[in-house]
Write a protein that binds this ligand. Structure first.
Ligand code: SF4
Length: 213
């Protein structure tokens, strides 16, 4: 079923080339900034760095300055601390993508989860989109897709992640695209209150859509 849904979404939207960032470090920063805010606000915050979005800059900037830069992303004082914490984690690997990629992903995930401001969704987003590890990202849109079909993937983050990872090919490309496709379809069609089922690539088979008048 999951492969079927993935294929349908992929043939409808195509490869979405996620994550929208210029560098792996920008992915890390974006994964923190996007917590509890819309992506448009993250883009404004990232633009405020004015080309200085580097580990060196974030490490050297004081919290007040950093908070001012990322103000559009909300919770800016808290997130400024999170940016420093995740940058310190990255600095432990010399801020070198290849060095991170040579580590065991399970260990990296544990380290990230011990880092201030990094929860499971953020950790998996960093592993998948910054470093290319096959770590499936679960978010509210994933839960919505499951409840629409329905797919009994479980309730907790770990249950849903395991459900998807155990039924899909262990592929960074598939995990990357599938999460992006779920997000775009939720934004364009499967909205929480008023889903636009007409034109949704999953209409005709998802139960929530079939039950709508
Ligand atoms: S058919 Fe409707 S309810 Fe089902 S996934 Fe598409 S938009 Fe959502």
């Amino acid at each position: 079923m999951l492969t079927h849904i993935y294929t349908k979404l992929l043939s409808f939207y195509g490869d979405l080339h996620w994550w929208p960032a210029k560098t792996p470090y920008e992915v890390i920063i974006g994964a923190i900034l996007t917590q509890n805010t819309a992506w448009a606000n993250v883009e404004k915050a990232i633009a405020n760095f004015g080309g200085e979005l580097t580990p060196e800059f974030v490490t050297g900037a004081d919290i007040e300055k950093l908070a001012g830069i990322i103000r559009p992303a909300g919770f800016f004082n808290q997130k400024a601390g999170y940016l420093k914490a995740v940058t310190a984690w990255y600095a432990g690997y010399g801020c070198d993508v290849q060095t991170v990629r040579e580590q065991q992903p399970e260990r990296l995930r544990d380290e990230l989860l011990s880092t201030r401001g990094v929860g499971q969704e953020t950790a998996d987003s960093i592993l998948l989109y910054a470093f290319g590890f096959p770590a499936f990202v679960v978010d509210a849109y994933t839960h919505r897709l499951c409840s629409c079909y329905p797919i009994n993937a479980g309730k907790s983050y770990a249950e849903v992640k395991t459900y998807f990872e155990s039924r899909l090919p262990k592929s960074t490309e598939v995990y990357n695209n599938f999460h992006a496709l779920i997000v775009i379809n939720a934004k364009e069609h499967c909205r929480k209150k008023k889903p636009a089922c007409d034109g949704c690539p999953l209409s005709g088979e998802c139960r929530r859509g079939l039950q709508r008048p």
